[in-house]
Design a protein around this ligand. Structure first.
Ligand SMILES: [Zn+2]
Ligand SMILES: [Zn+2]
Length: 107
């Protein structure tokens, strides 16, 4: 059953716009950038069911296509990445997953 689920299901990224108000893009100077976040969902028949990963907010510009961490020129982003392990299937996962993409267990 689990195998069948993963054949018709999958992981889909979904872009969420966190703030509709355009802000000035530090790259091209136009007010065409907005804060967005990419969440990953476990989906079934292309319908997102469970959010398995919550993304970090970032700024993306519609005009020039530039993207970066929120407020990007002076955002100093620590580059951590402690990993976590799924206790069910023992695979290594990025730390921001809420569900294991391999076995579906909540982390
Ligand atoms: Zn721009
Ligand atoms: Zn797992």
């Amino acid at each position: 059953m689990i195998d069948a689920f993963f054949i018709i299901g999958g992981i889909q990224p979904r872009v969420r716009v966190l703030d509709e108000r355009p802000v000035r893009c530090p790259n091209c100077g136009l007010h065409q950038a907005s804060t967005r976040r990419v969440d990953h969902y476990l989906s079934l028949f292309f319908i997102p069911l469970i959010r398995i990963r919550k993304g970090e907010p970032f700024l993306a510009c519609d005009q020039c296509g530039q993207t970066g961490p929120e407020g990007y020129p002076n955002a100093s982003r620590p580059t951590p990445v402690p990993q976590q392990h799924c206790r069910s299937c023992d695979r290594k996962l990025p730390p921001d997953y809420e569900f294991c993409p391999y076995c579906g267990r909540r982390l």
